[in-house]
Ligand binder design. Structure first.
Ligand code: GLN
Length: 484
């Protein structure tokens, strides 16, 4: 753990030992934000009550009422509802939208004693891979501000990378936690579909969406998952399976784990440094006692087309609710209901969101439904079967690069949606298959972080933390020079 970027675990130890206070920790984060955020724009908004809530946390601790995260500051992606605190989804349409309640994950963090520092920047409605689709301007990569931090949870990744917050919530539909985690050099976790409640997460692709976590260390990510995971009466997809002690799993080592290295993820289009880093990571895991074997996931090449059909189809339906009636801004030219819908949506949504709604409407339309949407669902089933076959053959996980390249330059891909979509080529498979995945930085390439990811069977998060922790022991943590 780096002294310049203390983690949650270190903070909790110092709080318990009386060496620091919640108010000091929150002020420390706010000072970092004041110093670094004007150039990076991780945050869209700070919680005006953070210091008051820190004092409450200090009081609770003094009175012996400290929850497991009492006094820990966290950042929250701005597509998760926060009661009384504007939640924009990165969209002009929701510029002033104030939710009445907290998302379940936010409520669980608060009940555990954590303090929401503020809301982080994202691509509009989480659609994008760079935060350049935010209506409020992009975030920047702390390793090189001319580059993107990744997306859509780019603001959360920047905040954690720079120690503006020890941990953050993000969301994933096709890689939006792991890709920015890899670009910024932090740990990112996409839990199994159904592990974490999505109540209060603004829906994008409901069969793919999952709340994710970003932290400076594997252990912190594990501890955070244990707090937010579990069933929820407000989300029937959050399954009643016991939540494991993920933090202890970090100590378990990798002896006896069989890990596959899928060749489809190590071929065309992959930057040589990233291929080398993935092979080096596999070598270190072998040295730590894991068994590594090259494997095949043959349907991988069809993942991106299937993802961009299914995600847009679901988005076109989910985003129908933003019509000026119930949520957010209304633009009413006074010419009837249809005109109000048209003006609100025409004015409120940015170009990428409109592209997705049009694409999604098209693939669902009569005559095309089976050719596109139906076909994508069949591909999805085959992709999942690729993984299940491997797991049934005795593999505990697979290891792949998280992204084909390190962080790209701002502006490099904005006018080429296909190039932007291809940056999800290694991440979208976990969402399509519903599987858990963890990204962890393992190298630098030209001064930019490189991440690898491990994917495992449904609800095998504990294995992923075992493997992630072994990689962290081998490669250390990565702090951008600007934040050191
Ligand atoms: N980049 C992908 C997309 O644009 C994934 C987004 C996400 O995971 N929310 O759809």
């Amino acid at each position: 753990m780096n002294a310049a970027r203390p983690g949650m675990r270190a903070m909790l130890d110092r709080l318990a030992g009386g060496e620091t206070t919640a108010i000091a920790l929150v002020r420390g984060c706010l000072d970092r934000i004041a110093a670094l955020d004007p150039g990076l724009r991780a945050f869209l908004r700070l919680n005006p009550r953070a210091e008051e809530q820190a004092r409450d946390a200090d009081r609770a601790r003094a009175e012996g009422r400290a929850g497991p995260l009492c006094g820990i500051p966290v950042a929250v992606k701005d597509n998760l509802a926060t009661a009384g605190l504007v939640t924009t989804c990165g969209s002009a349409l929701l510029r002033d939208f104030v939710p009445l309640r907290d998302a379940t994950v936010v409520a669980r963090l608060r009940e555990a004693g954590a303090i929401v520092l503020g809301k982080t920047n994202l691509d509009e409605f989480a659609m994008g891979s760079s935060t350049e689709n935010s209506s409020f301007g992009p975030s920047r990569n702390p390793w090189d501000p001319a580059r993107v931090p990744g997306g859509s949870s780019g603001g959360s990744a920047v905040a954690v990378a720079c120690g503006m917050a020890p941990a953050a919530l993000g969301s994933e539909t096709g890689g939006s936690v792991r890709q920015p985690a890899a670009f910024c050099g932090v740990v990112g976790v996409k839990p199994t579909y159904g592990r974490v409640s999505r109540s209060g997460l603004v829906a994008f692709g409901s069969s793919l969406d999952q709340v994710g976590l970003l932290a400076g260390s594997v252990e912190d990510a594990a501890a955070l998952l244990a707090i937010v995971a579990g069933p929820d009466r407000d989300d029937a997809t959050a399954v009643p399976r016991p939540v494991e002690d993920y933090a202890s799993a970090c100590e378990a080592g990798v002896t006896g784990l069989r890990i596959g290295l899928p060749r489809e993820y190590l071929g065309d289009g992959l930057a040589p440094d990233i291929a080398a880093a993935a092979r080096e990571a596999a070598g270190r895991l072998a040295a730590a006692g894991a068994e590594i074997a090259e494997v095949s996931l043959p349907h991988t090449p069809w993942a991106i087309p299937a993802y961009y059909v299914i995600a847009t189809a679901e988005a076109s339906s989910n985003l129908a609710r933003f019509d000026g009636v119930r949520f957010g801004r209304r633009v009413d030219p006074g010419a009837g209901l249809q005109a109000m819908y048209r003006a609100t949506r025409g004015d409120g949504f940015g170009p990428e969101v409109k592209r997705r709604i049009l694409l999604g409407t098209f693939v669902l339309s009569a005559g095309y439904h089976d050719a596109y949407y139906g076909q994508a669902l069949r591909v999805r089933a085959l992709l999942r079967r690729d993984f299940l076959d491997l797991f049934a053959a005795g593999f505990h996980a697979v290891l792949t690069p998280t992204t084909p390249t390190p962080a790209f330059r701002l502006g490099e891909k904005v006018s080429d949606p296909l190039a932007m979509y291809l940056s999800d080529v290694y991440t979208a498979t976990a969402n399509l298959a519903g599987l858990p995945a963890l990204s962890i930085p393992v190298a630098l390439s030209g001064g930019l972080p490189v991440g690898v990811q491990v994917l495992g069977p449904d609800f095998a998060e504990a294995h992923l933390f075992r493997i992630g922790a072994a990689l962290e022991r081998a490669f250390g943590t990565f702090v951008p020079p600007a934040a050191a």
